[in-house]
Design a protein around this ligand. Structure first.
Ligand code: FNR
Length: 362
């Protein structure tokens, strides 16, 4: 078995195990409509076994950066439809990553909604991009009320329907990297005293309830989830990550999900550093045996380490982030052992075709 052995993740039958990781590129319009080059960008990468879209906000409050796309409005759906059509025309498959940033945001990004929201009113350390792309201190978010949590679940369900209308092959629930759902999971950010805080079971409740709510829209075989145990990106932390994520992963088994996607904490800056964290825990090794379904791993993989993870049974597929930004034909290059284009960090976020659709194929 290797990266080119076909694999089935739930109801998704993939031609190879080389996945495109979700990658925010900040090239959408102000109204969260994917930009004019998005269809070409994704279609260029359609030889991935599966494309996971860039994180896409489920609601205006779910937005945390300038120029990220949404899936809640019909104009957003129409633009995403051009993307899914272009990927399908090239024989590819694409799922949408459902995103709510929680406290990793700024009120300038959603002026009608006001302050960012979070499980608890705890200001993140670090700096945030405002709507005008300037850096500012994070604001102290507002803690969500129980009533608002009910609305939040409804927003996820709406977004799941919209993703279906846009022609995606499924959805990935973004519960990683210190964004809203991760903020509920981990106790640095969740200090609630109601049913959504306190015990590990309570902190896992929201993620499980959202899965329960969106699975009827898609069927469990087209719903995946992304987690980042031991990650520190976006000022996230937990007092006992091993117990927390073991509990959650065990609880996920009952859903029969398409896949569990784990980001190795050695890449905890979410691709923000070229260096991997030395001595980081290996979460694929730690948690693989707890999950009864298919596992996707991401974070700092190259072809050799990906082949090894597949051969060792640590993962069923590997998602590549930065290598896919720079190499639209990554599977072909792996197959031929061809040289890889180096990625250009300054064009990761924002801008135009430069560093987006102009990386050459072989
Ligand atoms: C990311 N990453 C990321 N993760 C996620 O879940 N949703 C997202 O939208 C993004 N956006 C994003 C943008 C950019 C420019 C980078 C570099 C990274 C994290 C990404 O999916 C992946 O986990 C990391 O890049 C580590 O994998 P690689 O790059 O070492 O293969």
């Amino acid at each position: 078995m290797n990266l080119f052995t076909p694999v089935t993740l739930g109801l998704l039958s993939l031609e190879n195990r080389i996945l495109m990781a979700p990658l925010t590129r900040m090239r959408a319009g102000d109204d969260g409509v994917p930009g004019p080059l998005a269809a070409e960008y994704y279609a260029q990468r359609a030889s991935a076994g599966l494309i996971i879209s860039e994180a896409t906000q489920i609601s205006p409050l779910g937005k945390g950066y300038p120029a990220t796309p949404g899936i809640y409005s019909d104009s957003q759906v129409a633009a995403w439809r051009t993307v899914t059509d272009a990927v399908h025309a090239r024989g590819g498959k694409i799922v949408l990553q459902l995103w709510h940033v929680g406290r990793i945001s700024h009120s300038s990004l959603h002026p009608d909604e006001g302050l960012p929201v979070a499980p608890s009113a705890i200001q993140p350390a670090g700096k945030v991009y405002t709507a005008s792309w300037s850096l500012a201190e994070y604001e102290t978010p507002r803690a969500l009320t129980l009533e608002e949590i009910g609305q939040l679940k409804a927003d996820y369900v709406h977004a799941a329907h919209q993703a279906k209308a846009a022609g995606f092959d499924g959805v990935e629930l973004h519960a990683a990297n210190g964004y809203l759902l991760d903020q509920f999971l981990q106790d640095r950010t969740n200090q609630r005293t109601d049913a959504y805080g306190g015990s590990i079971a309570n902190r896992c409740k929201l993620v499980l309830e959202i899965l329960e709510a969106i699975i009827p829209v898609w069927g469990s075989g087209r719903v995946g989830i992304r987690l980042s145990p031991y990650g520190t990106f976006n000022d996230i932390a937990d007092s006992d990550p091993k117990a927390l994520f073991a509990h959650l992963i065990n609880a996920l088994n009952r859903f029969n999900l398409s896949y569990l996607h784990l980001i190795e904490p050695r890449a905890t800056t979410a691709g923000g550093s070229d260096q991997l964290v030395a001595d980081a825990p290996r979460t694929g090794q730690m948690f693989r045996s707890l999950f009864t379904g298919k596992v996707v791993l991401a974070g700092g993989f190259d072809q050799a380490s990906a082949e090894k993870a597949i051969a060792d049974g640590e993962a069923d597929a590997i998602a590549f982030g930065r290598l896919f930004i720079a190499n639209p034909d990554l599977p072909k290059r792996f197959e031929l052992k061809a040289p890889l284009n180096p990625y250009q960090r300054p064009t990761f976020y924002g801008g135009n075709e430069k560093g987006y659709t102009d990386y050459p194929a072989l």
